[in-house]
Design a protein around this ligand. Sequence first.
Ligand code: CO
Length: 253
Amino acid sequence: MIIYKSREEIEKMDRCNRVVAQILAEVAGQVEPDVTTADLDRLAERMCRDAGVRPAFKGYRGYPCVLCTSVNEEVVHGIPSPKKVLKEGDIVGLDFGVVLDGYFGDAAVTVPVGRISREARDLLGVTRESLRLGIAAARPGRRLSDISAAVQRHVESHGYTVVREFVGHGIGTSLHEDPQVPNYGTPGSGPVLKAGLVLAIEPMVNLGGPAVRIHPDGWTASTIDGSLSAHFERSIAVTEDGPLVLGGEVEGL
Ligand code: CO
């Protein structure tokens, strides 16, 4: 069941997602060679404390950390570790959420570690752009799969693939609400988009094939073929005037 949000609720979610975006941008700015993914998690946890918000992921289905940090061929849900040292040329996906005033915010960005290959830079650019196009399709009167199709079309036109096993989602007083938002599909199907629908749109894009496997830790998802993967996510509201990116445009995301 889709839970549509009032204007007041969307304002609360905007505030919540602004905190998400600001903390995520700060953490992304600390990414450099020799930093560990546990360092980034610690920073995010401290910033939550300072901001007076509750991290959304820690304890969610037993997830042990505040951030998800997914390096290179890791797609999503990488668990921060003091043993995972970032090195020049890596890419790292940072996924982060908080709860403020009863509402969830959720966002992700994939960032370079120092200088990266042309191949990796292009993957990041196309994945970021596919999120932008998915958001742009979130207009009242259009249908849910128009978002999915916009993401998939852009990704595949560049020869990359979209991950099928993980999807975007409705978000509100829970981290995951209906509807699911796949990053693939044919346009013109699914629910008609109406003002008050709030979605986390999150393309996961692989340089090689779309298939993923889950590590023995029960969380980390990696590409089966070992190819690089990128992930970008924002929470957005459908309004009469079109899509509203909750938390606004924050430099560094
Ligand atoms: Co999400």
